[in-house]
Design a binder for this molecule. Sequence first.
Ligand SMILES: [Zn+2]
Length: 241
Amino acid sequence: MKRVGRRWHAVVCYEVEVRERPDDGRALGVDMNVGQVATSDGAIVRMPASSRLVARHRRQQCVAARRRKGSRRRLRMIRRAARTARKLAMRRRNWQHHVSRRLADRAATLVVEDLRVRGMTASAKGTAEQPGTNVKQKAGLNRSILQTGWGDLRRMLEYKAVRVVAVNPAYSSQTCHACGHVSAASRPCQARFKCVSCGHTAHADVNAARNILALGTGATGRRGALALATPQTRQPVSEAA
Ligand SMILES: [Zn+2]
């Protein structure tokens, strides 16, 4: 038995036979963005927003903060807020399990971006000598990256998929999958990709997922390798200043 907060969980151990999954030769690129996962075959899976639960949690924390320190009413509200936080965590975990299973079933090789989540969450503040820019916005983005829990999803993929390849995602969101042109101007907004060179349009995250797939399969010499896999084409050719 294991106690989580005020709840007791029964822990049941049993053995299952793990059958080695054969390598079907298929590979899928996965782009993990804020609140959603896009794949190179054009699918987009959104994380449930849970905005009502998030709002409730924030409200409970505010109410608890206003109450007298050490009071029973404050303690009770803190416990309620913790219960809401656990509910959110369970919902997120459930979603991660569903998504990772679906991805692992679709292809033996999953190519993901090497996000280095920890580095991203630590760096926005900068140092006293070199304060970071846009600290507020980045703090918000970092929070939602943490809430999305890409590290957890990644770990699930690693034990569910036959193979996980992590690639450096540099410029994968600015590179045109059709012609290889790299430009920040090809991203008119968060959701859309429109190549300024050849006019190719796609969902921005699906375009990124296709580039990630090309990076991963190119590096291991598998089929699906594209021009993007060669380092020269990944240099930023032009950049909107
Ligand atoms: Zn293009």
